[in-house]
Ligand binder design. Sequence first.
Ligand SMILES: Nc1ncnc2c1ncn2[C@@H]1O[C@H](COP(=O)(O)OP(=O)(O)OP(=O)(O)O)[C@@H](O)[C@H]1O
Length: 261
Amino acid sequence: MTSHAKTTLLSLSGASVRFEARTIFDGLDIGVDAAEVLAILGPNGRGKTTLIRALVGTLALTKGSRQVSGTVGYVPQSNAPTFDFTVRDMVLMGRARHIGTFGSPGKHDFIRADTALDRLGIHALAQRGVASLSGGERQLVMVAQALAGECDCLILDEPASALDLKNQAMLFDVLAGLAHDDGLGVAFTTHVPGHALEAADRALLLMETSRQDGPVGKVISHDSLTALYGTEVRVLREQCGDSALAAAVAVPARSRRQAGV
Ligand SMILES: Nc1ncnc2c1ncn2[C@@H]1O[C@H](COP(=O)(O)OP(=O)(O)OP(=O)(O)O)[C@@H](O)[C@H]1O
């Protein structure tokens, strides 16, 4: 692993977002640091997407401030295509900042787009129209587009929600590599605590009336996940070579009844 100085690339200070009378979060301090992966977890409707949108700047804060240093790539949750571009063109659009408004892509832009397609294992899709892709394929294209943009900080909203197990593992390998090898700051939301255990250094849990933010091994536990989701959650661990694999599962009500927990 290359060592990088600890630098905060993107942060919110004392941040609040309110929709009419409803406060989604209040007084939130959060930072995305270079060379680090941050996982954001919380139940449906808790405010993960709202927080992501506030971080990338597509949603104005009701109170507080946003600090950004460097370029930010964003992979939103919804990726319904508005026009049937080819996959390669879609990924090339990630280069817009480098190409400029009236420019056209050069050799280097095509190389970066192809590298991103390769890195996500979707080169075979390059000439396909995005409208014909499956949900998971489209999700990988949107990540490839963000990678092609060569940002300093990458923010992803549920990037693995449509991916099969192999592609989930591949994606989180790529995200960990971007942070630990290339020095990017990476933050993602997920409903799968295993994704945080697999790829993140730090986790932010959006509890009902508070937040927990800290090293992933400390923050993601039986007690915190059970409190977060309001149901019994078990964390299962297995050694695989030098790595510890971990997954979290909610215990179904019938199993709780049988086990008397
Ligand atoms: N523009 C808006 N106007 C009013 N309410 C909104 C708006 N955007 C989001 N909300 C509300 O804010 C709350 C948080 O929504 P958000 O999408 O951030 O949750 P989430 O944690 O990402 O949920 P999920 O896991 O279901 O995707 C929800 O109750 C949602 O209905």
